[in-house]
Design a protein around this ligand. Structure first.
Ligand SMILES: N[C@@H](CCC(=O)N[C@@H](CS)C(=O)NCC(=O)O)C(=O)O
Length: 222
């Protein structure tokens, strides 16, 4: 099978699919599409113009969650979704919590002002920008970290005692925060901080962090 994943490596949704593919051992080529300057025919693959999108010998698909669910049907082993129906639904919920809840806050509120705007739009990280980022962290992200800390509990993984799509989703957006120099407060969220350290060390994620860091790594403290 020839397979192409379209999208920028710094997107948390693209990274989620890439770690999924790596954990599955599936080969693909990354075609680096910038959604804000996509080729004219890109919407024939991704009707909303978003990244990621996927093409293989049989289909074209858009949306990270749809792509991973499709690939799971095509390549069931090793399973990255729980077999148990309730655990399966919980994994999907946690993925959705990240994709529709956490990313829309962490992206525009932290990653954009600290990394993308300085790099792409020459906008400096002023004291005012930093103050807005701190407010986003305190008011928006911290309650969500508290929720995730509680959902993880003392477990190694979020669902069903094994790596799943939920873990990949949670870890992926935190790479963006790591690039931005924003670390989780391990005194407030010790289990989540330890979970992220474990996830970042997995070969699937460590390889992407190494690939991305020369371009996107900023590590300026917020
Ligand atoms: N639900 C989609 C979200 C994808 C998404 O929002 N991607 C962003 C980049 S991180 C994008 O393409 N933004 C461009 C736009 O909204 O026009 C997925 O899971 O793939």
């Amino acid at each position: 099978m020839t397979a192409t994943l379209y999208g920028a490596n710094v997107s948390p949704f693209v990274r989620k699919v890439r770690t999924y593919l790596a954990e599955k051992g599936l080969a693909y080529t990354l075609d680096p599409v910038n959604p804000f300057a996509a080729p004219p025919d890109y919407r024939s693959i991704s009707p909303l113009g978003k990244i990621p999108a996927w093409r293989d010998d049989d289909v074209t698909l858009a949306d990270s969650s749809v792509i991973c669910l499709y690939l799971e049907r095509m390549h069931p082993q090793p399973a990255l979704y729980p077999a148990d129906p309730q655990a399966w639904a919980r994994a999907l919920w946690l993925e959705e919590y990240i994709d529709s809840g956490f990313v829309p806050k962490a992206g525009p509120g932290v990653f954009f002002p600290l990394v993308l705007a300085p790099m792409m739009q020459d906008q400096p990280v002023t004291a005012e920008v930093r103050a807005r980022v701190e407010t986003c962290i305190a008011d928006e992200l911290s309650p969500m970290w508290r929720y995730l800390e509680g959902e993880l509990g003392d477990a190694e993984f979020f669902v069903g005692g094994a790596l799943s799509i939920a873990d990949l989703a949670v870890a992926s957006i935190h790479v963006n925060l790591w690039h931005a120099g924003v670390d989780l407060d391990a005194t407030q969220f010790p289990r989540l901080a330890a979970f992220l350290a474990r996830e970042f060390a997995r070969p699937s994620m460590a390889a992407l962090i190494a690939e991305e860091t020369p371009t996107w790594g900023r590590r300026t403290s917020a």
